[in-house]
Design a protein around this ligand. Structure first.
Ligand code: GLP
Length: 251
């Protein structure tokens, strides 16, 4: 793993996705041991985190780590999908992590999406994060347009958990998880950028050439406040882990 020089957010070029996954799993393992398991993890969905979740499951099965006291807070969830829909982020998390490490539903939190008073439910969700002592370690992916969670370009850096509309490019990128593109919801609830910046550590995974352009704009460009990923320049402990294909526009 090689630290790239002169990037506005610390960035590590990894030879394989597996090496990034094992590094991040090491961080979580160390944190869990230090705190006897009582940690709050911020989690993400999409293709990027799947390998890390598999690595955590392996460590759990081999008794390296005990995740039974972990509290998890996911970044985002679609609005308007029937409960249990296979493309919901709850279903994704259950398939890749929660049910494999025996995490009970009380330990796992996804943003509220269907409450009658959604603003109030979002405020309660933020309160639940605070009650857990804040997020100790937050995983992030990045959208092709630079979104983090479902904070699309133009989202204020001090935004909190709220209902958002999805960009068409995001709906197209995520259509692969649905039977047809029309099924992709138009709305979601996401942790705000301000909520994300409150986490003590931020770790971003970006793999593949579809991320190359946005990484070039963020890591070699001006501090453009319309690109959500640029918010991480303001965090004291953020780092990106990217592969060669994702790094191909860094010059
Ligand atoms: C979705 C999620 C984001 C995620 C992004 C990237 O839009 N809401 O949180 O970062 O996908 O996904 P992938 O890792 O599949 O490229």
């Amino acid at each position: 793993m090689q630290r790239l020089p002169d990037t506005p957010i610390p960035t590590f070029l990894v030879e394989t996705q597996a090496s990034a996954n094992s590094h991040l799993a090491d961080e979580i393992t160390a944190l869990q041991k230090e705190r006897s398991g009582r940690i709050a993890l911020g989690l993400a969905t999409g293709s990027s985190p799947i390998g890390l979740y598999a690595e955590l499951v392996r460590r759990f099965e081999e008794d390296w780590i005990d995740l039974s006291f972990v509290q998890t807070f996911n970044l985002d969830e679609y609005r308007g999908l029937p409960a249990g829909h296979p493309a919901s982020y709850r279903a994704f998390m259950s398939e890749h992590l929660f049910r494999k490490i025996n995490l009970g539903p009380k330990n796992t939190h996804l943003p509220p999406t269907e409450a009658e008073d959604l603003d109030e439910a979002c405020a309660a969700w933020e309160e639940a994060i605070r009650a857990a002592g804040g997020v100790d370690w937050q995983l992030l992916g990045v959208g092709r347009n630079g979104h983090v969670g479902f904070n699309e370009p133009g989202s204020p850096f001090d935004s909190r958990t709220r209902r958002v509309k999805l960009a068409e490019s995001t709906r197209e990128a995520n259509a692969r998880f649905f039977d047809s593109p029309d099924e992709v919801p138009t709305e979601a609830v996401t942790m705000g950028i301000g909520t994300i910046l409150d986490a003590k550590r931020l770790r971003v995974l970006a793999f593949g050439e579809t991320k190359a352009e946005i990484l070039g704009r963020v890591l070699r460009g001006e501090d453009d406040p319309s690109i959500p990923l640029n918010a991480l320049r303001r965090h004291p402990d953020a780092a990106l882990y990217i592969d060669e294909a994702a790094a191909s526009r860094l010059g």
